[in-house]
Structure formats: structure tokens, C-alpha cells
Design a protein around this ligand. Structure first.
Ligand SMILES: O=C(O)CCC(=O)C(=O)O
Length: 264
């Protein structure tokens, strides 16, 4: 399932790139999302052409501040084709090979749609650890694209070997971020295709990267997995489940009310 080099890479660098393992599953997910988006476009009397591809449809439906946009964000993580990926043996067996004894999916997947023309300072995620997905020391993020992710279309920047530093102090900007002057120099922009999966230690520092194309689009999803046997109830990792402020509260200017992070 995983080679000894891959396991070694995960332990040392903090991530592995599993190429082409979810081709059928991603096609099924894109097909379902396409049906849902076309249905919403039709209900909103927005004309579509039969040949329009997934990315064109996404750009059409994801108009800022519309209910349809929110609906797509809300429904995407809940459809069966994405839930199937979360419980797929292809993921579970790999995570077990990485030493998770009783893996469990920590959350509904997040589906991100990043495209040009949006306020990148607001929506693109700065350098961070996946604090929301950490419940124990043994946790990973499973990240997979629905569109090609690379320099041109946008991707993630990953900071190898940052996973062994424990919880790093984040600052509350629009999101929780690690100040740039504290980042290591060594970073990689990952080139990932639909069907590929990145599995990385959720303690690893990573950030979203905008594409260089004028009309870039990047659609990707991720969720967390923890090892149930690594959970120590109410320790500093487990308590992250209720210590973090919510992005939407921060956006609405409620950051004063949002809980301040106290975990470094
Ligand atoms: O750009 C990405 O897909 C990474 C996003 C991410 O790490 C996050 O939203 O927590």
C-alpha cells in the first residue's frame, strides 16, 4: 500500500503525494457537483451550454454573496461521493500504514474554490497548521484536488519538516496565521492532479497559493483524520476542538467575541 520510502518521507518531511489513487472517485464527485450546479443555474435562469466544463460552471454559480454560492459550499461536503472518499479503504489503509491504529475522520470535508477576481487577502489561507483538525499528536490532513493544482492554477505551498515543532503560535489576522518572519526558508509548491491525494501531518505548516493565470481556478477538498487511540481527553490537542475562533465570525467583525487562541 505504501512503500517504506513513502513512510520514511511522511515521517521525515511530513507528507506524501499519492498519485492517481482516486481517479474514479474524483470523477464521480465532479459529476455530482456538476449536476447540482446545473440544477441551481437552471433554477436561477442562468443559461448554460451543454459543453461547459466543471470550472466554467463553478465560476458561473459562485457569484459573491449569493445564496447559491453558499448552498454549493454547504452541500459539497455532504454529498455521498465525497463522504465515500472520506471512508475509502484507499485512504484508510494508507493512513494505517502511517501508524494510525484506529483512524477516524475528524470533520466534514472542506471544499475550497479559489479563483481569480476574488479578494485573495481575504480568502486565501496564509501559513498555518491545521489546528481545527488536530485532536491528538497522531493526526493528518487528507487533501485532494478536483482541478489541476500548480503554479498556474494555484496550489498549496508546503513547508517540509515543520511537523515536529508541536503547536506553533498563530496570530489572529483574518484567519489564524503564523507570522511570515517565523517561517523556514525551505518550501515547495505542490503540483497535484485530480485523482492524486496528499496526506500530510496536520502539524505541518502550509498555505494557499494563488495561480499566476489571469483566470485561474483551483478546486480542492480536505479533511482531517486522527487516531482514536492517540486521544487524551482535554489535553492541549483535544481542547483545540473548542478553543478556536470561527473564520465567519472574524469576517463579520466579531473577532473580539471570538475566542482568543491560547495554545502555544
Ligand atoms: O489552499 C488550500 O487548499 C489549502 C487550504 C487550507 O489549508 C485551509 O483552508 O486550511
Amino acid at each position: 500500500m505504501l512503500t517504506s520510502q513513502e513512510i520514511q518521507q511522511y515521517n521525515e518531511e511530513g507528507y506524501i503525494h499519492c498519485k492517481g489513487i482516486l481517479l474514479d472517485e474524483i470523477n464521480a464527485l465532479i459529476n455530482e457537483l456538476t449536476i447540482i450546479i446545473k440544477d441551481q443555474l437552471k433554477k436561477n435562469h442562468i443559461p448554460t451550454d451543454e459543453h461547459e466544463d466543471f470550472t466554467t460552471l463553478i465560476k458561473k454559480i459562485m457569484r459573491p454573496k449569493t445564496k447559491e454560492r453558499q448552498f454549493i459550499y454547504d452541500i459539497a461536503p455532504r454529498i455521498d461521493t465525497i463522504r465515500k472518499i472520506q471512508v475509502s479503504e484507499k485512504i484508510r489503509d494508507r493512513v494505517k500504514a502511517l501508524g494510525f491504529e484506529v483512524p477516524f475522520v475528524t470533520n466534514l470535508a472542506t471544499v475550497r474554490m479559489d479563483f481569480s477576481g476574488e479578494d485573495e487577502t481575504k480568502y486565501l489561507k496564509g501559513p498555518h497548521q491545521d489546528l481545527r483538525l488536530i485532536r491528538s499528536k497522531k493526526c493528518c490532513t487528507v487533501w485532494f484536488p478536483l482541478t489541476p493544482c500548480n503554479t498556474e492554477n494555484g496550489s498549496i505551498i508546503f513547508y517540509p519538516r515543520t511537523h515536529k515543532q508541536g503547536i506553533i503560535k498563530h496570530e489572529l489576522v483574518l484567519n489564524l496565521e503564523i507570522p511570515r518572519d517565523q517561517l523556514p526558508n525551505n518550501k515547495v509548491l505542490l503540483d497535484v492532479a485530480p485523482g492524486d491525494v496528499l496526506i500530510f501531518d496536520s502539524f505541518s505548516i502550509h498555505e494557499s497559493k494563488a495561480g499566476t493565470l489571469n483566470d485561474y481556478i483551483k478546486v480542492a477538498a480536505f479533511f482531517g483524520v486522527n487516531d482514536a487511540l492517540a486521544i487524551h481527553i482535554d489535553d492541549e490537542y483535544d481542547l483545540l476542538r473548542n478553543d478556536l475562533p470561527y473564520f465567519h465570525d472574524i469576517l463579520k467583525g466579531k473577532s473580539e467575541e471570538a475566542k482568543q487562541p491560547s495554545y502555544y
